[in-house]
Design a protein around this ligand. Structure first.
Ligand code: SF4
Length: 962
């Protein structure tokens, strides 16, 4: 008999005994080996532990890892559901090669050797012919810090493409334009006021680590303000739920900011010390004396129109509540934690000002990286340097970084099929990795057209744990591991503290522990696909071996980056790579490991996470040793400049010749504040940028300060009231961005538990709108967008602002074959042309049937539960009907849609999706015309972050005609 406890004690993880729950009421003991890893089912990277049954050598269950500093043993439903993904009967277990037409669903099983040789040979030819820009790696959920980038650098390929501009580009540029860090890191646990423009208690960024700390703070008396047109679970738990009109959130923040300044409840001394107010006055208010006392006057003048009454009219939140919240915030200086990610930031044209105006409140209250405030991601995220070197990238790929978007954050990935179609380039090898653009991205049919065309994409390699709408059109489908089957490191800014997580193949680790128990040793060169289910591999080992296949004799200069130091002439192993990283590049880890009597790698294999020692608060205030600025020039702003650098670029600025250098950035060691040398922020001014000279100098002076940009779905521009003759009046704003807490983009379809919990996404519709629009209770609705329409069921609810409708993302999965690419969440569909198709550009996705029980006994991983599927709904693929709408500054897809809502027509059926890709192209050109390409010699500000930052010379625009 033992006492109750939350988790098995660590010293018993290798040999743990507990009663078999399924054997109850018999008290049957089962023996387990517990192996830690981290979750890959969202971006939070929470700790997990896999319970290996010592009798079957299989994972019996997956639970939380109490030793993980961010998740602290807790998980959402998606963490334990990793088990479903591992043993899913329809997962891809072996490498496959297409044998029929693209998209015909005909495949042959091949060996890993064949896949490596064929793909590697193709790439070797491309590299030999200097066609590096024809290789692209397009990643959805990266979940890892840097290994893929190391690979691309070693190849000399500027080929990193991401999902960022369907996710977070707007929030990033909003934060980055203040503090140089492009993500917020909120100290929720110690906050007294928490203001969220997202649904953090169910789905926000890093939501489980955040949610548990937000709840702790509320228990301690903190007030929560949730801003969302939809009553999310977060809104329901909040002290204030503010249902703003979509896109007016910056207006609301500025009205609060104005109140703080007018009532003098702002933290003026912090603003004086840490903002670039001199530049603000010089460039925005040159008529005022250049002295601190002018700043309040300038701000009150600039924000004069943002009164609470004006905000009430614009946002829909009453003026008294705005004053009450401003008063609340003003009474808690330095203790305001705010956060915006996705949500309003991702929905609207100019949505990047949501983050900029929200963080303005942190600046005004001095709540920047304070205890209970909001810091920058770089202050709390820890990314260890990558061992084994890499080389400087000298290429620039305009398929990802087109010159029309010099400030984009980051790659313009949603425009790739349009660029391919208009002949800006083509791809020799396109790797999609945990990415499903045909289903996830806007304008999916344009993606399908491009991916089907062998002249645009000559070889598509889908690296994926599961079937998807996109992998169906690939040439090779290569099975990659989920979180229990792969190695990587990662770190996220989940709270005021730093940590590093180590995902590992639990199957390999279990085999290692078992071998140790039996007095054997594993061969470290054995690939992890020998341990994982089927031949499921992991990216890191795949990249290493593919690099050898590209450059078998080393003549291309690629192989050397993937060669073992311990065993020259052999590929490096994951053990060798991470042993070196953990021993040399993670402060405090070697000491902690030594104290436990282990090597750093053993320590991480036993725990999968490590809290990196840190002092998280106010790093910008840290004093700088005067020796660090010796030889530096000091400019008029007190910024020290290293000789021969632009500040932002510490390496090879001299290569730029006569090119005018960008303003300073993170290459500068210090800034002088009140006569003292301080670390400051990684911005050109080393301060928080109230006035962004970068935005002003790169074509957008009207948006250089926090301001409101009317959204493309601004409610005052919509036709929401019928005319005198009763016509019209059926436009509404569609919110398609919110997540259901238990679903995960593409990967959740392969989890039976998650699909049993969540398998519907009706259109949220306020009862008053339903009445006006003639939509019956639960009635079918036709939602018409700029490029097509979809047909969906409806749900009358007062949990949505009138004038706004909403349907969650993560639903509407489909497959084209009855017996293939099946999952717990896909319906059988057919793609054809529409009856109205005159020019061969109109597609119709027709749902043939939803989910149904089936027999999986012939699967290598049979599951009796496939016979018990009782739900039929799989949702509607709404994203396909959205055109690309990239914000002209950040490049973010502005997800919200201006739609017409009408009752379904007689021939409409649930799940119908109709799109005209000719209209998609018109919309693309329309949004492209909003951009302002650079007028200077550079493609992009040197100090701006971008994945795989190349050498400064690559930033120089080629001469016209070159
Ligand atoms: S929040 Fe849930 S899905 Fe995300 S990492 Fe944590 S357990 Fe996994």
């Amino acid at each position: 008999m033992t006492e109750l406890r939350n988790y098995p004690p660590h010293d018993q993880w290798h040999d743990w005994t507990e009663l078999d729950a399924k054997a109850w009421p018999d008290k049957k003991e089962r023996k387990y080996t517990i192996v830690p890893t981290t979750c890959f089912n969202c971006e939070a990277g929470c700790g997990l532990v896999a319970y290996f049954d010592q009798e079957t050598d299989e994972i019996a269950k997956i639970e939380g890892n109490p030793e993980h500093p961010a998740s602290r043993g807790r998980n959402c439903a998606k963490g334990p559901a990793t088990l479903n993904q591992v043993y899913d009967p329809e997962r891809i277990l072996h490498p496959l090669k297409r044998v029929g037409e693209r998209g015909s669903g005909k495949w042959e099983r091949i060996s890993w050797e064949q896949a490596l040789s064929e793909i590697g040979g193709r790439m070797r030819t491309a590299f030999s012919e200097d066609r590096h820009n024809e290789i692209m790696y397009h990643v959805g959920r990266p979940g890892e810090d840097g290994y893929a980038n190391r690979v691309l650098q070693a190849w000399g390929v500027d080929g990193h493409n991401s999902h960022t501009n369907i996710c977070s580009s707007n929030a990033r540029i909003g934060y980055q334009s203040w503090m140089g860090h492009d993500r917020p890191s909120s100290d929720f646990a110690n906050a007294e006021v928490i203001m969220l423009i997202s649904a953090h208690l169910e789905a926000g960024h890093y939501f489980n680590p955040h949610a548990q700390r937000i709840m702790e703070a509320q228990k301690n008396g903190a007030k929560i303000i949730a801003i969302d047109p939809r009553l999310s679970n977060t809104g329901a738990k909040a002290d204030y739920w503010l249902a703003t009109w979509p896109g007016t959130e910056p207006f609301l923040c500025l009205a609060i900011a104005r109140e703080l300044i007018e009532q003098e409840t702002w933290n003026g001394d912090f603003v004086r010390r840490w903002t670039n107010w001199e530049t603000y006055l010089q460039r925005q208010h040159p008529d005022l004396p250049l002295e601190w006392s002018s700043v309040r006057t300038a701000m009150l003048r600039e924000y004069a129109e943002y009164t609470p009454e004006a905000a009430e009219q614009k946002t829909g939140v009453d003026a008294a509540t705005i004053r009450e919240i401003a008063d609340l915030i003003g009474r808690h200086p330095t203790k305001l934690a705010t956060h915006n990610w996705r949500a309003a930031g991702a929905g609207n044209l100019g949505g990047w000002q949501v983050a900029r105006c929200l963080f303005f409140l942190n600046v005004l209250t001095g709540s920047v990286a304070t205890k209970g405030g909001t810091a920058g991601n770089g202050m709390n995220k820890f990314s260890p340097a990558r061992p084994f070197g890499s080389k400087k990238l000298t290429k620039w790929n305009e398929l990802e970084w087109p010159r029309e978007y010099p400030l984009s954050y980051h790659e313009m990935s949603i425009l790739l099929p349009h660029f391919l179609k208009e002949g800006r380039g083509s791809l020799e090898v396109y790797f999609s990795r945990v990415y499903n653009p045909i289903w996830t991205n806007p304008d999916g049919f344009t993606w399908m057209e491009a991916l089907k065309d062998p002249d645009m994409v000559r070889c598509h390699v889908a690296l994926t744990p599961t079937w998807s709408e996109t992998s169906w059109f690939a040439d090779y489908v290569l099975p990659m591991g989920v979180s229990a089957e792969r190695h990587d490191v990662h770190s996220y800014e989940t709270h005021a503290g730093r940590w590093i997580g180590f995902r590992q193949s639990t199957f390999r680790r279990y085999a290692e522990i078992k071998a140790e128990r039996e007095g054997r040793k594993l061969d470290p060169h054995t690939p992890s696909y020998d341990y994982n289910p089927g031949e499921v591999w992991e990216e890191n080992e795949f990249w290493i071996h593919l690099s050898w296949a590209i450059d078998p004799d080393g003549s291309l200069g690629v192989r050397k980056f993937f060669e073992s130091e311990e065993h020259p002439g052999k590929p490096i192993t994951v053990d060798e790579y991470y042993a070196k990283m953990f021993s040399e590049n993670v402060p405090g880890l070697p000491e902690a490991a030594a104290a436990a009597g282990q090597s750093p790698l053993e320590y991480m294999r036993e725990r999968s996470a490590f809290g990196v020692p840190t002092d998280p608060y106010e790093p910008y205030e840290r004093p700088v040793d005067p020796a660090a600025v010796e030889g530096c020039a000091k400019d008029e702003r007190g910024v020290f400049i290293k000789p021969g650098t632009s500040g932002a670029w510490s390496g090879d600025v001299a290569d730029l010749g006569d090119v005018a250098l960008a303003k300073l950035g993170d290459g500068s060691p210090a800034v002088e504040i009140d006569g003292e040398l301080k670390e400051g922020f990684p911005t050109p001014s080393k301060k928080l940028e109230l006035f962004s000279e970068t935005l002003a100098d790169w074509g957008w002076p009207e948006y250089a300060t926090p301001t409101w940009i009317p959204s493309h779905v601004h409610w005052e521009d919509l036709d929401m009231e019928p005319g005198p003759d009763g016509s019209g009046g059926n436009e509404r704003i569609l919110l398609p961005t919110f997540r259901i807490p238990t679903l995960i983009h593409t990967r959740s379809a392969n989890s039976k538990w998650l699909n049993e919990i969540s398998h519907r996404h009706p259109l949220w519709l306020h009862p008053s709108d339903a009445e006006k629009l003639g939509i019956e209770e639960n009635g079918l609705v036709r939602v018409t967008t700029r490029i097509g329409h979809f047909v969906i069921g409806s749900w009358r609810t007062e949990g949505i602002r009138p004038g706004v409708v909403a349907a969650s993302h993560h639903m509407g999965r489909w497959r084209l074959e009855e017996g293939e690419a099946r999952s717990w969440g896909t319906g059988k569909a057919a793609i054809g042309s529409s009856a109205n198709d005159n020019g061969g550009t109109t597609w119709k996705l027709k749902r043939e049937h939803g989910n149904a029980p089936y027999d999986s006994s012939s699967s290598p991983q049979p599951d009796d539960d496939t016979q018990r599927i009782w739900w039929t709904d799989t949702g509607v693929h709404q994203n396909a009907t959205f055109c690309v709408q990239p914000d002209p500054i950040s490049g973010m897809q502005c997800w919200h849609q201006r739609v017409r809502i009408t009752p379904a027509e007689p021939d409409d059926e649930y799940g119908d999706v109709v799109v005209d890709t000719a209209k998609s192209r018109e919309a693309y050109l329309d949004w492209l015309s909003k951009t302002r390409p650079p007028e200077g010699p550079l493609r992009r500000p040197l100090w701006y972050a971008r994945p795989l930052k190349p050498a400064a010379t690559a930033y120089v625009l080629p001469e016209e005609g070159a």
